[in-house]
Write a protein that binds this ligand. Structure first.
Ligand code: PLP
Length: 397
């Protein structure tokens, strides 16, 4: 009898995919059955806003003018110097930091940035803290590095970091804390005071344990805010590593382009950068997609169309106010955290699905009792979803 050599953990991850993807796949199938306009897919964070025109123009220009063997060739693992320098210049200009290309490592989106960073700064057996609700894939990423994912709930009243709870959770095994602001799934933004309190706590713990505790700042929604400022975390805590993606800000999720920023303020910055390079190698990333490195070179300053998301936010929240749903008013990103109308968030999302309204159960974000509605869909989709939301509310009358 032939032995089954399949890795059980990988088999488990593959047979039970990320619930966001499950809803998304169902949505595609359902749209084929009953028509696109009849399915209100608010499951995935795929921006409906087109990428800026400058992106298309840049791609066309590159395809026209560049020798293909150069255009499509490998780059150095960290990326093209010109693209890395463009990122560094952009960060210096916006956040008053001192950075050069050497501080920037281009990646295949934020996911690669996060996996590489986690692998670079942890050892199997370490603990990495996430603040719940948190982006689903953090747990997979942390466990893939052989570490334990420690969930610390955010403050339930204002969805800020719970500094006292973090204080209780940090111990000598803590290698890193992951934060994400603007936040997926809640849409909260941590205030400067909150970040300063976190920095003070981590600094105190670092001194107590005599080793670094890195702050992994996952920032793919940095530009998508509705009036509130997003503090640049690396300016407040020296052992910060920033993970970024243009998936949302430039509407390029499928193109896989982002970066890791390792500040020179980190006392062992050169070692961290070397470990980032090693982790990229060990995880098989080779280099970020080169065509989009070249796009970033010239398009990094392109503005994000936040107005469209602000309009969607207003449409969805006023509609849910009228129908009678409770939700958390988002300050950034493009997700609405809606209170489920029963204890089981999964059952609530199943009920929504019976009306072809696709939400994501809060369980996969480490928090029971809520559902996430992604409003980066078209305004039309939000307007047309009214009848589904009304039917869902009626189910619980
Ligand atoms: N981090 C957060 C908080 C996200 O919401 C996402 C995607 O939705 C990612 C990371 C992954 O981004 P990317 O597509 O660039 O890998």
């Amino acid at each position: 009898m032939r032995g089954n050599m399949i890795n059980e953990r990988m088999h488990g991850l593959g047979s039970q995919p990320n619930p966001i993807r499950v809803q998304y796949a169902y949505g595609l199938q359902r749209k084929a059955e009953i028509g696109e306009e009849n399915v209100f897919d608010m499951s995935i964070g795929n921006p409906s806003i087109p990428a800026p025109v400058a992106v298309r123009e840049r791609i066309e220009q590159l395809l026209r003018d560049e020798p293909p063997e150069v255009l499509h060739g490998y780059t150095m693992a960290a990326g093209l110097m010109s693209a890395r320098q463009a990122v560094a210049d952009n960060l210096c200009e916006r956040f008053g930091i001192q950075a050069t290309a050497a501080n920037v490592y281009l990646t295949a989106g934020a996911t690669a940035a996060l996996y590489i960073t986690t692998a670079a700064i942890t050892h199997p057996g370490d603990e990495v803290i996430v603040n719940a609700p948190y982006f689903t894939e953090y747990k997979v990423m942390i466990e893939s590095a052989g570490c334990t994912c420690v969930e610390v709930p955010m403050r339930p009243d204002d969805f800020q970091l719970d500094i006292d709870a973090l204080d209780g959770a940090i111990n000598p095994k803590t290698a890193a804390v992951v934060i994400n602001s603007p936040n997926n799934p809640v849409g909260c933004i941590y205030t400067q005071q909150n970040i300063e309190e976190l920095a003070a706590l981590l600094t105190r713990k670092e001194e107590e344990y005599d080793h670094p505790i890195y702050l992994i700042s996952d920032e793919p929604y940095r530009e998508i805010t509705y009036g509130r400022e997003v503090p640049f975390t690396a300016n407040f805590y020296r052992d910060t590593i920033v993970c970024y993606s243009w998936a949302k800000s430039l509407s390029l999720p499928g193109e896989r382009i982002g970066y890791i920023y390792v500040s020179d303020n980190i006392p062992n910055a050169a070692d961290v950068s070397a470990a980032v390079g090693g982790a990229g190698r060990a995880l098989g990333f080779i280099c970020a997609p080169v065509l989009f490195q070249r796009v970033i070179e010239t398009c990094i300053g392109e503005p994000t169309n936040v107005d469209a998301y602000a309009e969607n936010r207003a449409l969805l929240t006023s509609m849910l106010d009228e129908i009678g749903f409770e939700y958390i008013q988002p300050d950034g990103a493009f997700y609405l955290w809606v209170k489920a109308l029963e204890d089981s968030s999964q059952a609530f999302c199943d009920a929504a699905r019976s009306h072809d309204l696709l939400l994501v159960s809060s369980d996969c974000f480490g928090a029971p009792g809520w559902a996430r509605a992604s409003y980066c869909v078209s305004a039309e989709c939000i307007k047309n979803s009214r009848k589904a939301w009304e039917a869902l509310k009626a189910d619980y009358a």
